[in-house]
Design a protein around this ligand. Structure first.
Ligand SMILES: [Zn+2]
Length: 244
């Protein structure tokens, strides 16, 4: 993998608004990393409890189902840990509380790379939880997690220490600047997505759509399938500002 040349193994943290967003955005890359021996962590912001058009379903029941589906999907990708913040679907707010919770996980797992959904989209309206989770993640990485003055109780009472994330990859971006090769893992991505039975009504169509999108992304590359991200190298950005 191209990212962070020289690192034998790395930790990658996905901050995910709803169950199934992580697989759709970066499931192929997650499977590639875990197959290389990297540590992959999924952090789920909401419990997805409103994601249905079935009037007989209750939010409580759906949250349980989606929790189980997420764990099954993550295990197919070889994800090492799945953490649930358990906010209600559609109830994510960009607050100090949310930024503190994301910062805590960054300080616990100490990722080299953080993945999130790109909150800056102009062409297509996106779910509120997507915008909020993306923005809160960017802010948590840069600068809450590395500043000891932010959330000092995590350091004093929980024994955590500040952490610098080296880079961020944003999926669903209108300004993608890096393509990762998922030719070997697209099958696992589709298999993982197929575990989200409550969200997918036509598995064949899902599989075709995922493959078509992944093929379109790599039109000018030698790969068969890819995932596209906006890559932000934090060290460089911070250096420009004189923080490093
Ligand atoms: Zn979503």
């Amino acid at each position: 993998m191209l990212i962070i040349g020289g690192l034998v193994s790395k930790t990658v943290l996905f901050v995910i608004p709803h169950e199934d967003d992580g697989e759709g955005g970066g499931g192929g890359s997650a499977a590639t990393w875990s197959s290389q021996g990297d540590r992959v962590v999924f952090l789920l912001c909401t419990n997805g409890d409103k994601g249905t058009s079935d009037c007989s379903m209750t939010p409580k029941k759906l949250a349980k189902i989606r929790n189980r589906e997420q764990i099954e999907a993550a295990s197919i990708l070889g994800v090492n840990e799945v953490v649930f913040l358990d906010y209600g679907d559609g109830e994510l707010e960009d607050t100090m509380e949310l930024r503190g919770k994301i910062t805590r996980q960054i300080r616990i797992y100490r990722p080299d790379i953080v993945l999130a959904i790109d909150p800056f989209r102009r062409k297509v309206h996106q779910h509120r939880d997507h915008r909020v989770s993306g923005m809160a993640t960017l802010d948590s990485v840069f600068t809450y997690a590395w500043t000891s003055q932010h959330f000092p109780d995590q350091i004093k009472d929980e024994g955590l220490s500040p952490h610098h994330v080296r880079e961020i990859l944003l999926w669903n971006s209108e300004n993608a600047n890096i393509i990762l090769d998922i030719s070997d893992t697209i099958g696992l991505k589709i298999q993982a997505l197929s575990k989200h039975v409550s969200q997918i009504h036509d598995m064949d169509r899902m599989s075709t759509n995922v493959q078509e999108r992944a093929r379109r992304i790599v039109e000018n590359y030698d790969y068969e399938f890819g995932e596209a991200f906006r890559r932000i190298v934090i060290e460089k950005e911070a250096h420009k500002l004189g923080i490093y």
